[in-house]
Design a protein around this ligand. Structure first.
Ligand code: HEC
Ligand code: HEC
Ligand code: HEC
Ligand code: HEC
Length: 392
């Protein structure tokens, strides 16, 4: 009985979501737009604006290098190995990118931090990506804001980061607008070697799978950096929340948008409902948890169970990756291996690190799609073990 009820409920929910879902649309480019600032919308949308301002409370920073000591070795050769702090609120993006402690020569670092840069790219095209960081900083007024997700409409959802539309191809129109809104930034990307333009490593929904992304990088022989001791050409994965949540194995992908779990429906004192723009974990919102309670009476405990397992495996496999890095560095230094032998180990190391990173830098710690998370960890572990087996 309970199972039948759950199934019926699922179907009903999916239907209602399908009926109300709005398809994604992208902005026009080359239009000479001036960004309307968040504060300018305060009078029109006072509740939304107040909830948006609340993001200032999300100010805690966790130093990942202290929390995960293996990354000092795994990310050696790129500045992330010394400065890698946890994500905090949208409110601090400009401040955080300016103070990373990592070098940033170009304005392309502002891509997911401020609408002022998004508008600059839309007005001027890809040449904006190579403006000097400091020159762009002088033009920046605010962190992630209304323009990023609504263009200058104030309430319609518009994709202003057009590389997302490019990467989705014909699938773009099938994308739910609320999910597309977050996918503008919560994605894996790379800077195209020639233009330095932000580019997503796929051209359709199906090609978003980590296997396909790795193949894409293999084909173009892309590397973000080379590990100085091992010579491994490494790929630095970045926050693939969209790819993970929408990926094969996801339980809720066809049912809930990112906003359903991260933006609560709030109510004013006089009964008006609005979408809260205070972006938080669903575990920090009583009303979101209440909407899940029919199927997840203890969402916190359920999520903690998934995350604990994913975290344990991530740390264990990351530690193996650290061992591999050190052993391979010794093998290179010893001079007793042929270049072909070393390259075989390097290739396994590169791929193993990619799958591990795909999980490590995803911000839900397994909760968005535990099946895909485990699949990546299985692949990482197999590749790393194989590489270790080749070291005499
Ligand atoms: C990171 C993306 C993002 C940013 C930034 C953003 N919004 Fe939204 N906004 C959304 C999404 C997604 C929805 C739809 C949420 C839903 O229906 O659950 C939405 C809905 C709305 C609505 C629809 C009415 C409602 O309350 O349901 C208004 C109005 C609105 N936003 C105004 C603003 C204003 C004003 C700002 C700047 C202060 C802003 N938004 C910044 C993503 C964003
Ligand atoms: C314009 C880029 C951009 C868009 C669009 C965007 N985000 Fe973010 N988001 C970021 C960045 C950058 C961070 C990390 C902030 C930092 O520490 O610098 C972040 C962090 C977060 C966090 C972590 C906050 C914390 O306190 O730990 C959540 C939750 C989040 N985003 C949810 C969303 C959701 C939901 C959407 C879509 C409605 C969305 N984001 C759209 C750029 C964006
Ligand atoms: C079915 C609900 C659900 C959906 C839909 C969902 N998430 Fe999440 N998300 C979670 C849970 C659960 C966590 C883990 C929260 C925690 O650890 O407190 C999480 C964590 C996150 C975090 C880290 C938040 C933090 O506080 O550190 C970000 C960022 C995020 N999600 C972005 C997204 C984006 C972008 C999408 C859409 C592509 C999305 N989420 C869709 C449930 C969801
Ligand atoms: C109609 C029932 C139903 C509702 C409502 C529902 N869920 Fe789920 N959820 C499920 C089922 C079934 C699973 C799969 C459980 C499993 O794998 O053991 C699941 C899995 C999950 C997972 C783990 C995903 C994974 O890949 O392991 C998260 C996180 C989650 N739900 C969050 C939420 C949140 C947040 C809400 C409310 C916004 C919600 N769910 C509402 C039925 C539901």
């Amino acid at each position: 009985m309970k199972r039948i009820l759950t199934a019926a409920l699922l179907v009903m929910m999916m239907l209602s979501v399908c009926l109300s879902a709005q398809a994604a649309t992208a902005t026009q480019t080359g239009t000479g737009v001036t960004v309307i600032k968040a504060a300018d919308w305060a009078a029109t949308y006072p509740e939304v604006y107040a909830s948006y301002e609340k993001n200032a409370e999300n100010e805690a920073v966790i130093d990942h290098v202290e929390e995960y000591p293996m990354i000092a070795t795994v990310y050696e050769g790129m500045a992330f190995n010394k400065y890698y702090n946890s994500a905090r609120g949208h409110y601090y993006t400009v401040q955080d990118v300016t103070n990373t402690g990592r070098p940033h020569a170009l304005a392309n670092c502002f891509t997911c931090k401020t609408p002022d840069f998004t508008a600059k790219v839309n007005n001027e095209g890809v040449s904006a990506y190579t403006i000097k960081f400091e020159d762009m900083l002088a033009e920046v007024n605010e962190s992630v804001s209304c323009y990023n997700c609504h263009a200058n409409t104030g309430n319609e959802l518009v994709v202003t980061h057009t590389y997302l539309a490019d990467a989705m191809g014909a699938d773009f129109e099938k994308l739910n607008a609320e999910t597309a809104s977050c996918a503008q930034c919560h994605v894996e990307y790379y800077f195209a070697p020639e233009t330095k333009a932000v580019t997503l490593p796929y051209d359709s929904m199906a090609a978003m799978h980590p296997d396909a992304i790795l193949e894409y990088f293999e084909e173009m022989q892309f590397a973000d950096y080379t590990n100085p001791r091992t010579g491994v050409k490494q790929i630095k994965v970045q926050h693939p929340e969209f790819e993970t949540y929408m990926g094969t194995g996801s339980v809720h992908a066809s049912q809930f948008s990112c906003a359903d779990c991260h933006m609560e429906k709030a109510t004013t004192a006089d009964g008006k409902t609005y979408a809260s723009h205070y972006w938080v974990s669903p575990l920090a919102s009583e009303s979101i948890q209440a909407s899940c309670a029919g199927c997840h009476p203890d969402l916190k405990g359920f999520v903690a169970g998934i995350q604990t397992k994913a975290e344990e495996r991530t740390v264990a496999i990351g530690t193996k990756l650290e061992t591999l890095t050190n052993k391979l560095a010794d093998a290179v230094a010893a001079g007793t291996y042929t270049e072909d032998e070393l390259n075989a180990i390097r290739s396994l190391n590169r791929k193993g690190q990619f799958y591990w990173d795909f999980v490590f830098v995803e911000n839900s710690e397994g909760a968005h799609n535990s099946r895909l998370t485990n699949e990546c960890l299985d692949k990482a572990e197999k590749l790393i073990d194989e590489a270790l087996g080749l070291i005499k």
